[in-house]
Structures are given as structure tokens and as C-alpha cells.
Design a binder for this molecule. Structure first.
Ligand SMILES: CC[C@H](C(=O)O)C(=O)SCCNC(=O)CCNC(=O)[C@H](O)C(C)(C)COP(=O)(O)OP(=O)(O)OC[C@H]1O[C@@H](n2cnc3c(N)ncnc32)[C@H](O)[C@@H]1OP(=O)(O)O
Length: 253
């Protein structure tokens, strides 16, 4: 399986399990995220969603280039991008707190997944970045829209997108993208982070999330995410994008 789902005493842990591809997202991973989100909607005992990656090298390396490079037209790209865009919107608007437990590199769409979560606990030795620009595309799963909503200074958020490079953990914390940094066991870091929240009734968590979700609804968040995705799909067709993907795949041979 390309993912694992575990309900650990009300903490639903979704682990991307494709270490040979640095936990790249393929269709199976997308379906797994949908399954986890549906589980949360159907099980009131779930109080948190945690998204993480298997191994220590990567949280998620974004879309699986060996699969998605076969998509060439704007419409083909939009179909894949909007599928994950819907899933991440459903994740971002869950009634429970969501935590990206960033165990390794989070790049491209992997950085978008982490940004769609409420919190980002980042291992102190990892690098994360919106590297989509190096492939001559933009964020295509809604991550740019979420980034501008996460409270970073505008110049920090815009530079993170336009730099299109990975930042080290200290800089991620300094600019406000990382909620906290940790060393050693990610499991211990998670327990420490949620220790206080565990003692608060879930109805309180959900009421506070509702305040944010109401603001997003008023600001047409879903439509803004879809517009972001359409922009990425338009760039997908470019020769620059296709050449960049080929360079990456040839490097791997
Ligand atoms: C909207 C989202 C958007 C989209 O999909 O449309 C994107 O996410 S675009 C961005 C796509 N992602 C990338 O360009 C990242 C590519 N990967 C890397 O930069 C590195 O692999 C990194 C930093 C994640 C890890 O570096 P490391 O040196 O630890 O590993 P390797 O580069 O040697 O890779 C090991 C192995 O994994 C394969 N791999 C890594 N990332 C991907 C990926 N995204 N898709 C497919 N395969 C990936 C890589 O080819 C190597 O395979 P091997 O067969 O062992 O050569």
C-alpha cells in the first residue's frame, strides 16, 4: 500500500508510504487521503488528523513525476490537479485540528499538503519549499492560496513561492511557516505538541475551527483554490515545464 491509516486513540495518522519515490503523491495516495477524510467525517471519536511520511528522508516530494509527466494538455493536468485540490480543500476545512508532522523534505505539492494543515511540526534537519517554479509551473493543489491564509507576513509568503527553493527548518520557523521544530522522535514531538489540547473537549477545538472556516467561506476560498489550480494547469502545457520534468526523470536514470 502507498499509505497507512491508523486511528491511535482518536488521533488519525495518515502516513504516505512510498519511500522509494520520496513519498511522492500518486493516485493511490490521493485515494488514501480521501479515505482518511471520509473516516473522520464518519467517526466522531477522531479528534486530530496527522499527516506524515514514512522513513526519514521525505515527508512528501510532491506529485509523482514518473506518473504525472504523462499528462500534457491543460485539461489533462487540470483533471489531476483539481482532484487533489478538492481533497486538500476537504482536508483544510475538516472540523478537527490537522497537523503536518514533517519528518523529511516537503517539496512542491508536499509543501502544499503541509500548508493545507493547521499546524506544521518540522524536524530540525529538513528542508521544505514550493519548488514548483523550478518546473516552470506554480502551486497546483491550492497550497499558494493556503499559504497566504496562514498568517505569514505577505513578503515572506510571496518570497517563499517565488524563490521556488527549499528553506531550512530554522528559516521556516523564523518566517512563521513552521509552527514548531523538533529533534529526534516525531512520535514524541507529536505527543508533546498535543498534550494540552488532548485535555480540552473536542467541541472547543471544533468551535474555534468553525470561526476560521466561516471566514474562508465568506472569502470564497474554494473558488480561489480552483482559480489557482487553473493557472497551474495552463502553465503545465508549456515546453519549459515538460523539458524540466524530463531533465528530472533523466537525472534519475
Ligand atoms: C501541484 C504539485 C506539483 C505537481 O505534481 O503538479 C508538484 O509537486 S511539482 C514538484 C514535483 N516534485 C519535485 O520536483 C521534487 C523532486 N524530488 C526532489 O527534489 C528530491 O527527490 C528530494 C529533495 C525530494 C529528495 O532528494 P534525495 O536526494 O533524498 O532523493 P533523490 O532525488 O535521489 O530521489 C530518490 C528517488 O525518488 C525519486 N523521486 C523523488 N521525488 C520524486 C517525485 N516527485 N516523483 C517521482 N519520483 C521521485 C527519484 O527519481 C529517485 O528515484 P530513483 O529511481 O532512485 O532514481
Amino acid at each position: 500500500m502507498a499509505y497507512q491509516i491508523e486511528n491511535n486513540d482518536g488521533i488519525l495518522i495518515f502516513t504516505i508510504d512510498r519511500q522509494d519515490k520520496r513519498n511522492a503523491v500518486n493516485d493511490e495516495v490521493m485515494e488514501g487521503l480521501k479515505e482518511a477524510i471520509t473516516y473522520i467525517k464518519d467517526h466522531q471519536d477522531v479528534r486530530f488528523l496527522v499527516v506524515t511520511g514514512s522513513g526519514e528522508k521525505a515527508f512528501c516530494s510532491g506529485g509523482d513525476l514518473s506518473e504525472f509527466h504523462l499528462l500534457h494538455t491543460e485539461d489533462e493536468a487540470f483533471s489531476m490537479l483539481s482532484k487533489m485540490g478538492h481533497i486538500l480543500y476537504d482536508l483544510a476545512t475538516l472540523r478537527v485540528p490537522t497537523i503536518a508532522l514533517v519528518n523529511g523534505a516537503a517539496v512542491g505539492g508536499g509543501c502544499e499538503i503541509a500548508t493545507a494543515c493547521d499546524f506544521r511540526l518540522v524536524a530540525s534537519d529538513v528542508q521544505c519549499g514550493f519548488i514548483q517554479g523550478t518546473l516552470s509551473i506554480t502551486s497546483g493543489w491550492g497550497g499558494g492560496t493556503y499559504l497566504f491564509e496562514r498568517g505569514l507576513r505577505h513578503d515572506h509568503a510571496l518570497k517563499m513561492l517565488i524563490d521556488a527553493k527549499s528553506y531550512d527548518a530554522n528559516l521556516l520557523y523564523e518566517i512563521g511557516w513552521a509552527t514548531d521544530l523538533f529533534e529526534g522522535s516525531k512520535e514524541q514531538a507529536l505527543e508533546k505538541f498535543i498534550a494540552n489540547m488532548r485535555g480540552i473537549h473536542p467541541s472547543v477545538h471544533q468551535a474555534y475551527k468553525e470561526i476560521q472556516l466561516r471566514k474562508w467561506k465568506e472569502k470564497n476560498m474554494y473558488e480561489r483554490v480552483m482559480e489557482e489550480i487553473r493557472l497551474c494547469a495552463k502553465l503545465w502545457e508549456s515546453d519549459a515545464h515538460n523539458e524540466a520534468v524530463q531533465r528530472f526523470l533523466n537525472k534519475s536514470k
